[in-house]
Design a binder for this molecule. Structure first.
Ligand code: PEP
Ligand code: MN
Length: 370
């Protein structure tokens, strides 16, 4: 059961204290409290775990500090959708809204290799009206002998250049607690010219210690990628695990699944799961066409496979696209073979716009038919 308190009623209030005393009269119920500070108001949710069947929803509803009560099912208690659940499917970070109802593109470098590449990328993004990007500073690799990213040394110039070109959110993978600290410090040292979305890569989806660390901090939103060798349910539970630590600003990323059945693509594309994730949870859903396809192969119709699968994700309602670009893919230190060129950014964005418009027409077509 989740109890959503009225605006600006917090756990110190007399109303809440009365409610808590009432709940504690029933044995075997654990209370977890989550506070969300919006721009104007404080919202508090209380998650009750255990023998909640002993409580009367109507009685709890009648307490003065209570806004509404949600009887949650066993799975995905925090991020899931439940009966009479009016909790939002969106959040805003650094002026950018992430929602199950909109679409943000994060085109950028798989890995930061030089300040020149970063600047060329960000300049192109600004010219195309983009305010988000991806920039990897910490790169977990298949082989430990491969380049693992420029780490904290590149953060100051990445953040400063982002500020210069009006980039508001950078998706950046972290693999260790120290990376979150380094990002926080570098943002402060540069005067917070931009924002960061912490990315948990597919190799760390079930790294529960890392999930707890990013879930405990409330400053940065998190993009959690699906594990490439586990079930969707297991990956959604990982997201739930993260959120149960307090941070509900979570985006779920589909990036293909490891199996040779998907060859010649690097991974079998799993974008058919977009509507499933949106149905089961309140998380916006991201697609990563680059790591799914893994190459610049194109079909006889001249369209790159990466663009085809992007279109397939967008037509199914994707809310975010994470895609690799590079000013000179042949020189990229990581994943050059799958990077799009800067002269492809315009057509890529136009393709996305066309397909998103088609998706919105599909929404209108089916509205009211259920
Ligand atoms: C990435 O986005 O750079 C990346 C490594 O992705 P994944 O974790 O999906 O392999
Ligand atoms: Mn990559």
């Amino acid at each position: 059961m989740i109890i959503v308190l009225k605006q600006n009623i917090d756990t110190k209030s007399r109303e809440y204290q009365r409610l808590e005393r009432h709940i504690r009269n029933s044995p075997n119920i654990e209370l977890l409290v989550y506070d969300f500070q919006g721009t104007e108001r404080l919202l508090t949710e209380v998650l009750l775990i255990g023998n909640t069947a002993a409580l009367s929803i109507d009685e709890i509803r009648s307490f003065p500090g209570v806004d509404h009560v949600i009887r949650v099912s066993e799975v995905y208690r925090i991020l899931g959708r439940h009966k009479d659940d009016t909790r939002p499917n969106n959040f805003t970070y650094n002026g950018v809204t992430f929602s199950q109802d909109n679409l943000n593109v994060f085109a950028g470098l798989c890995a930061v290799d030089s300040a020149e590449s970063v600047e060329a990328m960000m300049k192109a993004l600004q010219e195309h009206g983009q305010v988000c990007t991806r920039m990897g500073a910490y790169k977990p690799r298949t082989s430990p002998y491969s380049f693992q990213g420029n780490g904290k040394n590149c953060l100051p110039y990445v953040f400063e250049l982002a500020g210069k070109y009006g980039i508001k959110v950078i998706a950046m993978e972290v693999t260790h607690e120290s990376h979150v600290e380094e990002i926080t410090e570098a943002l402060e040292a540069t005067g917070k010219p931009t924002g960061v979305m912490l990315q948990i890569g597919t190799r760390n989806t079930q790294n529960f210690e890392l999930l707890k660390i990013v879930g405990r901090q409330l400053e940065f939103p998190v993009l959690l990628k699906r594990g490439f060798g586990i079930t969707l349910d297991e990956s959604l539970h990982a997201a739930e695990y993260l959120a149960s630590e307090g941070n509900q600003k979570v985006i779920f990323g589909l990036r293909g699944m490891k199996t040779n059945i998907g060859d010649p693509h690097r991974n079998i594309v799993d974008f058919a799961h977009i509507p499933v994730v949106k149905r089961l949870t309140r998380m916006p859903v991201c697609i990563d066409p680059s790591h799914s396809v893994g190459s610049r192969s194109r079909s006889s119709d001249k369209i790159l496979d990466i663009m085809h699968v992007t279109a397939q994700g967008v037509i199914a309602g994707a809310n975010m696209i994470l895609v690799d670009f590079h000013p000179d893919p042949s020189k990229a230190l990581v994943d050059g073979p799958q990077a799009l060129r800067l002269d492809e950014l315009g057509p890529f964005l136009e393709d996305v716009r066309i397909v998103r418009e088609a998706f919105e027409k599909r929404l209108a077509l089916f509205e009211g038919l259920n």
